[in-house]
Design a protein around this ligand. Structure first.
Ligand SMILES: NC(=O)c1ccc[n+]([C@@H]2O[C@H](COP(=O)([O-])OP(=O)(O)OC[C@H]3O[C@@H](n4cnc5c(N)ncnc54)[C@H](O)[C@@H]3O)[C@@H](O)[C@H]2O)c1
Length: 354
C-alpha cells in the first residue's frame, strides 16, 4: 500500500464541501483520489475545483477502481449502512458519517460485514479528534480514578446558521441529488436525535464509558426541542445529558466529569469554528489546574488522518468503531422509547428504528 491512503468520497453534498474534501486534500497521509455523486452538475463543479484523479456518477464504478483503498460515506443517514456494506464487500475500508445508521437491525448487519471482511470501519464522530476532549479522556482514563458522575450538554443555538454562513465555504447545491423517498426532516424529534443526539451520546460514552440504560424526557416549546436524559454507565455511575436544539443563546456544548482524583470541565465550540474545546482539568494529586491548548482544531482532517494511520500503520482506531456506532444508535433508540413511556430503557433490550 502507498504511504498515502487513496480515498474516494461518496457524496459531494454540504458535509463533503465543508469538511471531507478539504480534509482529504490537506491530510498528511491521505489523497483525494476520487469523488462520486449522482448529481452531474455538482460532481463536475467539485471535480473542477478539487481535481481528484477520478470522478464517478455511479458508486459501483468508483468501487470497481482497485486503486482506491478507502471510501468516505458522506450521504444522507438512510444510505449509510447499504453504502458502507457495498464498500466493504468491494474490499474498501470505510469512514462513514454519523449516525452509523437509523435502525439497530441495519447497524448490526453492518457490524457483521465489518467482522466478515476484517476491514476497518470508523464512524464520523469527529469530536473524538478534538484535542481538548482527547486531553479530558486521557486524564479520565489514566489519572482520575473512579467516575462519580458526568454531565454533558449539546445545545445547538438559533443563531448557528448566521455563524456557519459566515465561516463555511459557499455550498453548491443541485436539484439532482439522491435523497430518501420521504422528507427525512419532517419528524423533527427523530431528525434532531439522529443529527445531533449522535454527537452527544458519543461524547458521553467517550468520556464516561459504556451506557447501559437511559431515562429521558422531551419538551417542545416555541419550536425549540429539549431532551433531558439520565444515563446509567456500566460502572454503576450516573450521568445527565441535555440535548437542546434551538437554544436561545450562543452555541452551548460541554461537559463536567467528577472523579476520585480530580475533575474535568470542558467547553466545546461550534465545530465550524475549528477551535478545540477549552478544557480545565483539576488533579488532586498535584493540586493543580491544567488547561491544555490544542491548537489544531481541524477535527475533520485529524479524523481522516487517524483513520489512515489505523490502516497504513496498524495503529489502534482512535475514532468511533462500528461497536461504538451500534452503541450510539442503541442509546438514541432508548432515548426515543423512554420519551414515549417515561420509563428507563435498557440498551441491550432495544430494537427497531430511532
Ligand atoms: N460530522 C458532522 O459534523 C456532520 C455535519 C453535517 C452533516 N453530517 C452528516 O453527513 C451526512 C451527509 O450530509 P449532507 O448534508 O452532505 O447530505 P446530502 O444528502 O445533502 O448530500 C449527500 C450527497 O450524496 C449523494 N449521493 C447519495 N447517495 C448516492 C449514491 N448512491 N450515488 C451517488 N451519489 C449519492 C447525493 O446526490 C448528495 O449530493 C449526513 O449523514 C449527516 O448526518 C455530519
Amino acid at each position: 500500500m502507498d504511504t498515502k491512503l487513496r480515498i474516494g468520497i461518496l457524496g459531494c453534498g454540504p458535509i463533503s464541501q465543508a469538511a471531507h474534501i478539504e480534509a482529504c486534500r490537506k491530510g498528511r497521509n491521505v489523497e483525494l483520489y476520487a469523488l462520486c455523486d449522482a448529481a452531474e452538475d455538482l460532481l463536475s463543479e467539485m471535480t473542477l475545483v478539487h481535481k481528484p484523479k477520478f470522478s464517478y456518477q455511479r458508486y459501483e464504478d468508483m468501487l470497481a477502481n482497485e486503486d482506491i483503498d478507502a471510501v468516505i460515506v458522506a450521504t444522507n443517514d438512510y444510505f449509510h449502512v447499504p453504502a458502507a456494506i457495498q464498500a466493504l464487500r468491494a474490499g474498501k475500508h470505510v469512514l462513514v458519517e454519523k449516525p452509523l445508521g437509523t435502525s439497530l437491525e441495519e447497524c448490526l448487519e453492518l457490524e457483521q460485514a465489518v467482522i466478515e471482511t476484517g476491514l476497518i470501519l470508523q464512524v464520523g464522530n469527529m469530536k473524538r479528534f478534538d484535542g481538548g476532549i482527547m486531553a479530558a479522556r486521557e486524564f479520565i482514563q489514566t489519572e482520575m480514578g473512579e467516575l462519580l458522575a458526568l454531565k454533558a450538554w449539546y445545545c445547538d443555538n438559533v443563531g448557528r446558521y448566521t455563524v456557519t454562513d459566515n465561516v463555511m465555504p459557499i455550498i453548491v447545491l443541485s436539484a439532482s441529488t439522491i435523497r430518501p423517498p420521504f422528507d427525512h426532516k419532517a419528524d423533527k424529534q427523530r431528525y434532531y436525535l439522529l443529527a445531533h443526539g449522535s454527537h452527544l451520546v458519543d461524547t458521553a460514552r467517550f468520556l464516561g464509558g459504556e451506557i447501559v440504560s437511559i431515562q429521558a424526557h422531551h419538551t417542545e416549546r416555541f419550536g425549540a426541542h429539549n431532551w433531558l436524559a439520565t444515563v446509567e454507565f456500566a460502572s454503576g455511575s450516573f450521568g445527565q445529558l441535555d440535548l437542546t436544539i434551538g437554544v436561545r443563546m450562543d452555541w452551548h456544548e460541554g461537559f463536567q466529569v467528577y472523579g476520585e482524583y480530580g475533575s474535568v470541565v470542558g467547553k466545546t465550540y461550534n465545530p465550524w469554528l475549528f477551535k478545540s474545546s477549552d478544557v480545565e482539568i483539576y488533579s488532586v494529586r498535584d493540586e493543580q489546574f491544567r488547561r491544555p491548548l490544542a491548537i489544531d482544531g481541524h477535527f475533520y482532517r485529524r479524523q481522516v488522518e487517524g483513520f489512515a494511520d489505523a490502516i497504513l500503520e496498524n495503529k489502534p482506531v482512535h475514532g468511533a468503531t462500528v461497536e461504538d456506532g451500534v452503541a450510539a444508535v442503541r442509546a438514541l433508540i432508548a432515548i426515543s422509547q423512554s420519551v414515549k413511556t417515561g420509563e428507563p430503557v435498557r440498551l441491550k433490550d432495544v430494537q427497531g428504528e430511532v
